[in-house]
Design a protein around this ligand. Structure first.
Ligand SMILES: CC1(C)CN(C2CCCC2)C(=O)N1c1ccccc1/C=C/C(=O)NO
Ligand SMILES: [Zn+2]
Length: 409
């Protein structure tokens, strides 16, 4: 699918492009021909949807996400790109050879034999089982994220989307938290081949520990994670005092929150912190993990967000006009996750969407309202005003300790 020619989409503009002031017809015409329509690469193929569908705990979610995006006709505004599997060597840029050899060895086994001693060693256990074909799955998902990054490096796109990626708990030598590899770390390492400073933003309900750990001692990658923090809640890391180490001290930023936070409070806090980080760190490229398990209706039953929160964060990041990589992640209410990522895709391409879910194969999954917009619940908000105020100041204090990009050069 080629990206649309400008004349076709004259009436619609990217909502982030500055408004055209009063101009003559000629100016408006030339203005529109010159107007930047964001080039958005969208990683998608039947093969990756089928592989992602098989992932336990998110069965069939991939079909819902890609089905809803197509039902709104958004693929007409996207550069749909078939992902290629990552090679063993590409995966070993971050993951250990032993871990990869193990994943390869169990790829063709059927499910029973997997809970061996060795499996436990690599983070695969009863509550994080590896299904048949797990190595093929890891190659495809990770290859898609790395390839999306390559499009940004080659300036083939202004934004790149891989809703099948975003597995932020993956460790160098083990699976963790249902992440069998860490596609995000490999995507960031790919971006670092070309970009000097990478900003990583993690909007998932859970702390992005795998990505933070991988880059905790460098000042070239700033990791920002906003997540739930509660006793016994996975993974348990990500306190506001967790700021990174060595040369990377103050280049890890954590925003730990309690249950019940809503759109306005969440997006105001995150966007104010993003603006401060932009000023101090001056990133060249952005990677954003858009995990949707903080949305109301998710079985995690924690935050009280709708897709508007993530939308406001993405709009802020897009307004910076930096190359940006958007990734998926958690999200266990599959219809709401599809609603969220379809909405974010529409912001990236600058198209407004009707609230009625279009007629398509999975329409029934969106009952009983059949609407795109998610309605906030009336959960108690455990985040007091004081807690949010103090948290904001603590986070700002940490950011101000960061050497400005000029000082640290
Ligand atoms: C098994 C699933 C992934 C699903 N789930 C819920 C929702 C639906 C059924 C119970 C969990 O708590 N999970 C987990 C179990 C152990 C460790 C981590 C996670 C989730 C990680 C995550 O989302 N990171 O972003
Ligand atoms: Zn999560």
């Amino acid at each position: 699918v080629n990206d649309i020619t400008v004349k076709e989409n004259l009436p619609c503009v990217n909502e982030n492009v500055d408004d055209v002031t009063e101009k003559s017809d000629y100016d408006i015409k030339t203005e529109n021909t010159r107007q930047r329509i964001r080039r958005v690469v969208y990683m998608h193929s039947r093969e990756i949807v089928e592989a992602a569908n098989k992932m336990i705990k998110v069965e069939n979610r991939a079909s819902l996400v890609s089905g809803l995006i197509e039902s709104y006709g958004l693929h007409k505004y996207l550069r749909v790109t078939e992902p290629r599997p990552a090679t063993f060597d590409e995966l070993s840029i971050f993951h250990s050879g032993e871990f990869l050899e193990f994943l390869k060895s169990i790829n063709d086994q059927d499910d029973e034999e997997k809970y061996t001693e060795e499996a436990q060693l690599y983070g695969l256990s009863y509550d994080c089982p590896a299904h048949t074909g797990v190595y093929d799955y890891v190659r495809l998902i990770t290859g898609a994220t790395v390839q999306a990054a390559e499009h940004l490096i080659d300036n083939m796109a202004d934004a790149a989307i891989n809703w099948f990626g975003g597995w932020h708990h993956g460790k160098k030598d083990s699976a963790a938290g249902f992440c069998y590899s860490n596609d995000i770390v490999l995507g960031i390492l790919k971006l670092r081949e070309r970009f000097s400073r990478v900003l990583y933003v993690d909007l998932d309900l859970h702390h992005g520990d795998g990505v933070e750990d991988a880059f905790c001692s460098t000042n070239k990658v700033l990791t920002l994670s906003v997540h739930k923090q509660a006793v016994g809640f996975y993974p348990g890391t990500g306190k506001v005092t967790d700021v990174g180490c060595g040369k990377g001290k103050y280049y890890a930023v954590n925003i730990p929150l309690k249950d019940g936070i809503q759109d306005t409070e969440f997006s105001t806090l995150v966007c104010r912190i993003l603006v401060k980080i932009k000023e101090k760190f001056d990133p060249d490229v952005v990677v954003c993990q858009c995990g949707a398990d903080g949305i109301i209706g998710d079985p995690m039953e924690s935050f009280n967000l709708t897709q508007l929160s993530l939308g406001r964060c993405i709009s802020t990041l897009l307004s910076w006009k930096l190359p940006i990589l958007l990734l998926g992640g958690g999200g266990y209410n599959h219809a709401n996750t599809a609603r969220c990522w379809t909405y974010l895709t529409s912001i990236a391409v600058g198209r407004k969407l009707q609230n009625d879910i279009p007629e398509h194969k999975y329409l029934l999954e969106y009952g009983p309202d059949y609407e795109l917009q998610i309605t906030p619940g009336n959960k108690k908000n455990d985040n007091s005003k004081d807690y949010i105020q103090n948290l904001y100041h603590d986070v700002l204090y940490n950011i101000n300790q960061m050497m400005t990009n000029t000082q640290s050069r």
